[in-house]
Ligand binder design. Structure first.
Ligand SMILES: NC(=O)c1ccc[n+]([C@@H]2O[C@H](COP(=O)([O-])OP(=O)(O)OC[C@H]3O[C@@H](n4cnc5c(N)ncnc54)[C@H](OP(=O)(O)O)[C@@H]3O)[C@@H](O)[C@H]2O)c1
Length: 288
């Protein structure tokens, strides 16, 4: 698996497996199958409600000798309700307990709301004590990321944001490179929106290499130096999505993909009042 080195020297796989929206009863099996298929980066979050099942899938893979813990790179995230400093420290411990792990490889502030500075202090302390190998943020727009870097002694290693062919974040990538914060792509397939999987431009590019649209998209992210998280509950798609290290997109292919950029979210604007209302409602339901 190709890796990326973060600004604190920690190495992470460039392609990972996400468990958002996987039904609870399928999560442990999906995580186990993903590890079996070769994924080493696993991404969950307390708000997904499946940390425990994710931990069970990991434990089974380790118990069966498929991998050792240090070969895996496990991520979870802190949701808004849990942000105050003491609450954040408790939540980190709870995530570890629920997942049955001694440490997490990456822990993120999930949304740019609440007491993000208090949460960050708790995360820096947990990193110093060895509970978290890398720490970062998620869904921070570039301006907010720059403010956050400027006001903290320890800068985030990662910003996990939406990146896909419809929302390519080209300028954002320049800002992240300037501040040495690694970009990590969520929803690389835009969850199939705007008919991504049948897009003729992407399909035509793939044909040249006998690759699918999904593989073209993930390869494009690899060549841009972005960490990508793909989700599928189907083992054949897990295998398909990881088979992207044996071909290279040409400059002409990259230019065709660049022309697809709509420069806006395929989902929602994180700053829209309705969206923030939605976060606040979800916050009340936060459960492990
Ligand atoms: N930080 C955040 O706020 C945030 C937000 C969203 C997501 N994430 C993370 O990013 C991960 C990925 O994002 P996502 O799950 O939202 O979306 P995604 O990976 O863009 O899309 C997943 C969808 O694509 C389908 N799919 C996967 N591979 C395919 C293939 N090769 N061909 C056809 N269809 C395919 C899956 O269906 P099947 O499962 O049926 O195959 C699923 O419906 C999440 O799981 C989560 O870990 C983070």
């Amino acid at each position: 698996m190709q890796t990326i080195t973060l600004n604190n020297g920690v190495e992470m796989p460039q392609l990972g497996f996400g468990v958002y929206q996987i039904p609870l009863e399928e999560t442990a099996e999906a995580v186990y199958q993903a590890i079996k298929a070769g994924y080493r980066l696993i991404d969950t979050a307390s708000i997904y409600g499946n940390e425990k099942k994710t931990g069970e899938g990991i434990k089974r893979a380790i118990d069966e000798g498929l991998v050792t813990r240090d070969e895996l790179f496990v991520t979870s995230k802190l949701f808004i309700l849990q942000a105050p400093e003491e609450k954040a420290a408790e939540t980190i411990n709870l995530s570890l307990e629920v997942m049955g792990l001694d440490y997490l490889d990456l822990y993120l502030i999930h949304q740019p709301y609440g007491d993000i500075y208090g949460a960050w202090r708790a995360m820096v302390a947990a990193q110093k004590s060895g509970k978290l190998r890398a720490i970062g943020i998620s869904n921070f727009k570039s301006a907010k990321m720059i403010e956050f870097v400027g006001l903290n002694e320890v800068k985030p290693q990662i910003n996990q944001i939406e990146v896909n062919p419809w929302n390519q974040r080209i300028e954002d990538q320049e800002w992240h490179e300037k501040y040495d914060v690694q970009m990590e792509a969520w929803a690389p397939f835009a969850e199939g929106r705007h008919e991504l999987f049948t897009n003729p431009v992407l399909a035509e590019i793939g044909k040249q290499y006998h690759k699918t649209v999904g593989q073209v998209v993930l390869r494009w992210l690899m060549q841009r130096g972005i960490v990508a998280l793909a989700k599928s509950v189907r083992p054949e798609r897990m295998a398909e999505n990881i088979a992207i290290f044996d071909f290279e997109l040409s400059k002409a292919d990259l230019e065709k993909i660049a022309a697809l950029d709509m420069k806006e979210s395929a989902f929602f604007d994180h700053d829209a009042p309705q969206q923030v209302e939605w976060f606040m409602d979800r916050m009340l339901d936060t459960e492990k």
